[in-house]
Design a protein around this ligand. Structure first.
Ligand SMILES: [Zn+2]
Length: 482
């Protein structure tokens, strides 16, 4: 019943288990990375994090006057989903990370739909907690029944087949398998959802939801903002400890980490089907350019943008850390007694940046230009230009550059300079020249901006340093390429 707030977290290892304690969610631990590559299941831990985010949000909403929620029912549904998932493994089923893409928002909260087939086509996906946007009717929180994919997979594996030879059995199995292109039977597993740039199909994703995952993450980020807006209503009660406030505040970042990682996969993405010849689809289908631009717009607004992250100074000053001296004296391991807010934000922003300037993605973007059918394309140059205009927007719009944005600009500058001076093996030459052109444009814009007024001391120093770094890099880069 207390799955979302483990006593272990609160009493034994309160410091180490603070949400996103390491601030480094861009790199999975070696064990986790290997596990994911090999089909290891860590659903229980992810579901615990989903439950912690969802449950604390529901509690905060209730305290702000939103009506009571039934904790027993919330946890019952979660346990049904987790047990069904793990039993699925024992029956031989692998993960299906495309399962969660079959329903529209209204269907996700319509019991007539979900009682029959769940919020997802499969219990074998990592389905997130299903919390309705504010003002929308709430349906089931979790997957509590088998979905269409599960019935199909079990039918293939276990349905008794009357056959007098392997050949006649094969014909009957082929008939079941031929439904592969049906929308509700979409399938993609661990090797299709690899971290970083090797997993090419953005619809094979962990913890996403809905037939429009980008819209889903827009709603999720609104939920985080809702949690932060109401957090004090519930978690700042006379006599209680501020540490709870800090921990719950941290859960608000989960949709940002999940969204920044999963939405960025649409850029340079290719839908990948396992169809055989004659099943109906080509195995590779580039994500439509308009959808890639939508993904970039999402990141610009919710991850990179000047208004993406805002909290009141008062709330930040309430985020006191754990001082409980536990069995392992972990209070001595608290690296920051105040809340490391800049580290948190930058670790979210770094996730897409690392991805976008990776040689595998850049090579794929270049190849993709030959694969679009029709006029519209999304080319490598569109990504470079889009990122530059978004990340350095203040050079055009004027005004000072705030501390989150200065950090982001430095992180991107490092990537561009790296491409010019020390491109990783396999980086397309065109990416190097585009990075060089970006640096020249940024330097020219900085020069104009420095000649004008309206810059605070931080911004002026930042731009002067940036300009000097660009000049040094361009000079060294030319020598390198001679
Ligand atoms: Zn699993």
């Amino acid at each position: 019943m207390r799955y979302a707030h483990l006593e272990f977290t609160e009493l034994v290892d309160p410091v180490g288990r603070e949400p996103w304690a390491s601030g480094d969610f861009t790199t999975p631990s070696p064990a986790a990375a290997m596990g994911h590559n090999r089909g290891f299941c860590d659903m229980a831990d992810g579901l615990r994090q989903e439950a912690a985010f969802g449950w604390h949000l529901l509690e905060a909403r209730a305290a702000a006057g939103g009506g009571e929620v039934d904790e027993k029912e919330f946890i019952r549904q979660l346990l049904v989903e987790l047990i069904a998932h793990e039993v699925g493994h024992t029956l031989g089923l692998r993960h299906n990370f495309k399962g969660s893409t079959i329903h529209a928002l209204d269907e996700l909260h319509d019991r007539r739909v979900t009682d029959k087939e769940g919020i997802s086509s499969s219990v074998m996906d990592y389905n997130p907690v299903n919390i309705a946007p504010e003002g929308h009717e709430q349906g089931e929180y979790y997957q509590t029944t088998l979905g269409p994919y599960d019935y199909w997979a079990i039918e293939y594996a276990y349905r008794p087949v009357e056959a007098d030879s392997p050949a006649s059995e094969q014909a009957q199995l082929a008939k079941i398998a031929s439904q592969v292109a049906e929308k509700d039977l979409a399938y993609g597993t661990d090797e299709d959802a690899l971290y970083w740039t090797r997993g090419i199909d953005p619809s094979a994703a962990r913890w996403d939801l809905r037939d429009d995952p980008i819209a889903h993450y827009r709603d999720q980020i609104a939920l985080s903002k809702d949690l932060w807006a109401k957090i004090e209503d519930k978690f700042e009660q006379k006599g209680e400890r501020y540490q709870t406030l800090r921990r719950v505040f941290g859960w608000g970042f989960r949709p940002y980490f999940s969204g920044a990682g999963n939405v960025s996969r649409y850029i340079g993405g290719i839908y990948h089907y396992r169809d055989h010849v004659g099943d109906g689809r080509l195995p590779l289908q580039p994500v439509p350019p308009a959808r890639q631009r939508e993904a970039l717009d999402f990141l610009v607004e919710h991850v990179f943008g000047p208004d993406a992250f805002r909290w009141s100074p008062e709330l930040l000053n309430k985020l006191a850390p754990e001082r409980w001296v536990d069995f392992t004296w972990s209070v001595f391991d608290v690296r920051r007694i105040d809340y490391p807010i800049h580290d948190r934000v930058l670790s979210i922003q770094r996730q897409p940046l690392e991805r976008f300037y990776d040689p595998t993605l850049l090579s794929r973007l270049q190849d993709l230009e030959l694969r679009y059918e029709g006029e519209d394309t999304f080319a490598m140059v569109d990504l470079f230009t889009g990122l530059r205009q978004a990340i350095w927007a203040e050079l055009e719009t004027g005004g000072s550059i705030d501390s989150f944005r200065r950090n982001l600009q430095r992180a991107q500058l490092q990537k561009l300079i790296g491409l010019v001076l020390r491109p990783a093996g396999g980086t397309p030459e065109d990416a190097r020249t585009l990075a060089r052109a970006d640096l020249q444009t940024i330097a020219a814009q900085i020069e104009t901006r420095l000649a004008g007024s309206g810059l605070d001391a931080y911004s002026r120093a930042h731009l002067e340093e940036t300009k000097a770094r660009i000049e040094a890099a361009l000079e060294a880069g030319l020598e390198r390429s001679l």
